[in-house]
Design a protein around this ligand. Structure first.
Ligand code: FES
Ligand code: FES
Length: 210
């Protein structure tokens, strides 16, 4: 009588399905083992310490190039204050809520606390230190803030002035209401708002051609 094992159908070449599967599995395991050294030599994924490795960058600020080597996560605000000595730009909230850190990037007002320094390469940054003329004459907006007593403690003032210049250049200083609306991102704890509006409206008349 035929045993159950010999009754199992076999292929034309004499190999059973069980034999085929066992041979395939054994071959696959062999290839996997042979591949193991190759997998070990593959580049290791970036580690936490790699992410902190300094990044070389060139930042152009107030018409001058600055070569820096910084943590890639450094904000433009910290790069300006801690690594270039440009402390005119102020850190108020460091969360994009007060406007004290406002600078111009290619002429557009930008919150430097929310900008990575590494992303500003190939752009022109202007800070409060870069506004006065080479001879020392103040920018019309700076002079107007003085003339209208538009500050008390002065902490918000650099951000207010940078934002005000952009506000005028954007064409958003038609009247007091528009200035208040388009300057609303710059907070002043001393509440010098009425004088700030007066200063912006006066500077607007003198900025043409600056
Ligand atoms: S410090 Fe940047 S918005 Fe306040
Ligand atoms: S002048 Fe003091 S916060 Fe504006």
């Amino acid at each position: 009588m035929e045993s159950p094992k010999s009754a199992r159908p076999a292929g034309a070449d004499g190999f059973s399905r069980r034999h085929f599967l066992s041979t395939t599995v054994a071959s696959t395991m062999t290839l996997t083992l042979l591949d193991a050294p190759r997998a070990e030599s593959a580049p290791a994924p970036a580690t936490r310490s790699d992410a902190r490795a300094p990044v070389s960058m060139t930042l152009r600020v107030n018409g001058r190039n600055h070569q820096l080597s910084l943590d890639a996560r450094t904000s433009l605000l910290d790069a300006l204050r801690e690594h270039m000595g440009l402390t005119g730009t102020k850190k108020g909230c460091d969360h994009g809520q007060c406007g004290a850190c406002t600078v111009l990037i290619d002429g557009r007002r930008t919150l430097s606390c929310l900008s990575f320094a590494a992303m500003i390469q190939d752009h022109e940054v202007t800070t409060i230190e870069g506004l006065s003329a080479p001879g020392g004459d103040l920018h019309p907006m700076q002079q107007a803030f003085i003339d209208h007593d538009a500050f008390q403690c002065g902490y918000c003032t650099p951000g207010q002035i940078m934002s005000a210049i952009a506000c005028v250049n954007e064409g958003h200083a038609a009247d007091a209401a528009q200035v208040r609306e388009y300057m609303s991102g710059n907070l002043c704890r001393c509440a010098a708002y009425p004088n700030i509006v007066d200063a912006v409206l006066e500077a607007k008349t003198k900025m043409k051609g600056t």
